[in-house]
Design a protein around this ligand. Structure first.
Ligand code: SF4
Ligand code: SF4
Length: 335
């Protein structure tokens, strides 16, 4: 859960910066996707972010089969079989020699090391749309606090530049680091996935006590005036895992009991399968590859459980892949 960076706070490993995002907090945002995550959610939608190391991926449609990469690899990790590119991931150290050699950009290294000052400068160039939209920078991932020193330093640099910040966290982080991060955070996007401890362990690989402790810390720091962070709770709606009536009602009851008055929004994020190709490119299996998206009536039913759970119903929002169809349903019902 602590930083593993060679230069401590000053250097971190990120995947990329997504500009003009409207999904990661208020307004229009630039989102920094961190590598590394302490959870292993079975449904993970960002498989490229789990590992703490740079990872190589191969695009079959760009590959012309020249095999230059095979000879370029100093560790002999690459071969080709009937299905195409084969990589010995256990031996690949992410040196990037094959990427340099590939003439068609069929290979890409996921993950780059950046210095905190350089990244803050890069992000400050987006100030125009932050200011016109009420947006800012969101730290997401992966789990930003898995590189806590770097994440906290980045939040502080951004605040020094007058840029609004958001932290998108799974909550499984050392409480001290969470507290430090919150003091430089304007919007906290906090995942509450599963309330039952055993089920949480089964689906994410970790228990949930620390997560619940950290979300209560956010409330405590708000009440003490040590952070002004507005609180958004986010729950991914995963068929058979998080999106059961029992779980949604339990999360709602927890929010109503402990976070009433500080909760701004409870976002139910509909399952999507946009990451299916990404799993394939990384040579990873995905248990949800054939799982269908929710239809509007299913989302209606799930959001109904949330709205009846004791949480202020006006705080509940549904986002994600079926959102457009869902919005039409809502409009029809109101008319
Ligand atoms: S160097 Fe690039 S184009 Fe050539 S075989 Fe390797 S991946 Fe394919
Ligand atoms: S990144 Fe380096 S070690 Fe990994 S396959 Fe390419 S050349 Fe080999």
């Amino acid at each position: 859960m602590s930083s593993v960076e060679p230069d401590g706070e000053s250097t971190g490993l990120i995947l990329h910066v997504q500009r003009l995002s409207t999904e990661d907090g208020p307004g229009i945002r630039s989102t920094v996707f961190f590598k590394q995550c302490p959870l292993s959610c079975r449904w993970c939608h960002n498989p490229e972010s789990i590992s703490a190391q740079p990872q190589l991926q191969w695009y079959s449609t760009r590959c012309m089969g020249c095999h230059s990469c095979v000879g370029a690899c100093p560790s002999g990790c690459i071969s080709f079989g009937p299905q195409g590119f084969l990589l010995d991931r256990a031996r690949c150290d992410g040196c990037g020699a094959c990427v340099e050699e590939c003439p068609t950009n069929a290979l890409e290294l996921l993950g780059r090391r950046v210095r905190v000052d350089a990244l803050a400068e890069e992000l400050a160039k987006d100030r125009a749309y932050f200011e016109s939209s009420g947006g800012g920078v969101t730290l997401s991932g992966g789990e930003p606090l898995a590189q806590s020193g770097f994440a906290i330093a980045l939040l502080q640099r951004l605040k020094e530049k007058g840029i609004a910040t958001a932290l998108d966290t799974c909550g499984f982080a050392a409480t001290e680091g969470m507290g430090q991060a919150l003091r430089s955070t304007d919007t906290l996007l906090f995942d509450l996935k599963i309330m039952d401890r055993v089920s949480h362990m089964a689906f994410t690989g970790q228990p949930n006590e620390l997560i619940l402790k950290n979300v209560l810390l956010a409330r405590t720091l708000r009440e003490a005036g040590e952070t002004g962070a507005r609180l958004w709770i986010r729950t991914p709606l995963i068929p058979g895992a998080t999106a059961t009536r029992e779980n949604i009602v339990a999360i709602g009851a927890f929010i109503a009991e402990h976070l009433d008055g500080v909760l701004e929004r409870w976002e139910l994020c509909a399952f999507n399968n946009l990451c299916r190709e990404q799993y394939r490119r990384l040579g990873m299996e995905w248990a949800y590859a054939e799982t269908p998206l929710y239809d509007t009536s299913q989302l209606d039913e799930i959001s109904g459980w949330a709205r009846a759970s004791g949480v202020d119903p006006s705080r509940v929002a549904v986002t994600g892949a079926a959102r457009a169809a869902y919005s039409r349903t809502e409009e029809t019902r109101r008319s």
